[in-house]
Design a protein around this ligand. Structure first.
Ligand SMILES: [Cu+2]
Length: 327
């Protein structure tokens, strides 16, 4: 097949909307805008790089020192040349600024009807809290609806990044940051943490699940009363898997950031200050709500508090689950 020269050039200098070749999928319309500007800047840079490189080589050869030719006096000043190289770049940066700034404002300011979802970053998991109180390790959203995320961190700085949406925002303890987006197709997109936040940093990922029309509401009611429907130990296991405990506690006796849950209930534990105590319901409850109150010997005080994040009935089913993990 013979390609026309413009078609080949167009595929080499990607000033096009579709980027499957080197950028991730464009999950939102805003992502398309970001890519468009990125490609514009890239195109301008490639053009000037090529122009300057070619001219440099040409001048090097053309005006090289040769036997018998004396160098003339160079001109000190060339008004029109100077005006040209000032005006053209100024216009270019103004255009880039205009599209960059308006695009930034569009991505920054959420529409008023946006659905709000709370996001918590913690070592080493994202937690998403929905309007009905449900907390999930993944971000579920309806299609064709602006969604605003209100994000904060429980411990260190995390970075919330959805490559497909070209959205990235720091998630900082003690303050709130936001992002918003509107996805027009059902599907799944990955979320990463982009700040090196410790041992489990590379596991700190989640999914954006974009539900087809009507499915989001259905999902929300279904998960809303899951805890009360499941047998306690199963509900507890579910919370162990979805609320971040798994990132730091194993259930097979293996080492991790925190003590393994295997055979924990009823065992005698030595604290950092030398005190000995037996693991019972009240001790576990305190360990979850106020982890810094008693530190197990040999471990760092890095467990985040779950005060306000786990309801009483949820702590109860976690305890029921821990009781089942016998040696
Ligand atoms: Cu992180």
């Amino acid at each position: 097949m013979i390609h026309s020269i413009p078609a080949v050039l167009a595929s080499l200098v990607p000033l096009r909307a579709s980027n499957a070749f080197w950028l991730p999928e464009e999950g939102t319309a805003a992502a398309g805008q970001v890519d468009w500007l990125f490609n514009l800047i890239l195109g301008i840079s490639v053009f000037f790089f090529a122009l300057i490189a070619v001219l440099t080589i040409y001048f090097l050869l053309r005006y090289r020192r040769r036997q018998g030719i004396e160098a003339g006096q160079p001109p000190t000043h060339h008004t029109w040349l100077e005006i040209t190289w000032t005006v053209i770049p100024t216009i270019i940066v103004i255009v880039i600024f205009y599209f960059g700034f308006t695009g930034y404002m569009d991505m920054k300011i959420a529409p008023e009807n946006a659905l709000e979802i709370q996001v918590t970053g913690q070592k080493w998991q994202w937690l998403f809290s929905y309007p009905n109180g449900h907390v999930d390790p993944d971000l579920h959203v309806p299609v064709d609806q602006p969604v605003k995320l209100i994000m904060t961190s429980e411990d260190v700085i995390h970075g919330f990044f959805i490559p497909d949406f070209r959205q990235k925002m720091d998630v900082v303890p003690g303050r709130y940051s936001t992002v918003w987006f509107n996805v027009s197709r059902p599907g799944k997109h990955i979320i990463f943490c982009t700040q090196y936040c410790g041992r489990g940093h590379s596991d700190m990922s989640a999914w954006v699940v974009v539900h087809p029309p009507g499915e989001y509401e259905k999902w929300l009611t279904e998960v809303g009363d899951e805890i009360s429907k499941l047998p306690p130990a199963e509900a507890g296991e579910k919370l162990y898997l979805t609320r971040g405990c798994k990132q730091c506690h194993t259930i097979d006796g293996g080492a991790s950031t925190g003590p393994s849950f295997l055979g924990m209930f009823g065992r005698s534990e030595t604290m950092k200050d030398g005190a000995k105590l037996t693991v019972d319901e009240n001790y576990i409850r305190e360990a979850i709500i106020d982890p810094q109150a008693k530190i197990v010997a040999g471990y760092q005080p890095v467990m985040p508090t779950y005060k306000g994040k786990l309801k009483d009935n949820e702590i109860t089913v976690i305890i029921e689950y821990l009781k089942t993990l016998k040696r």
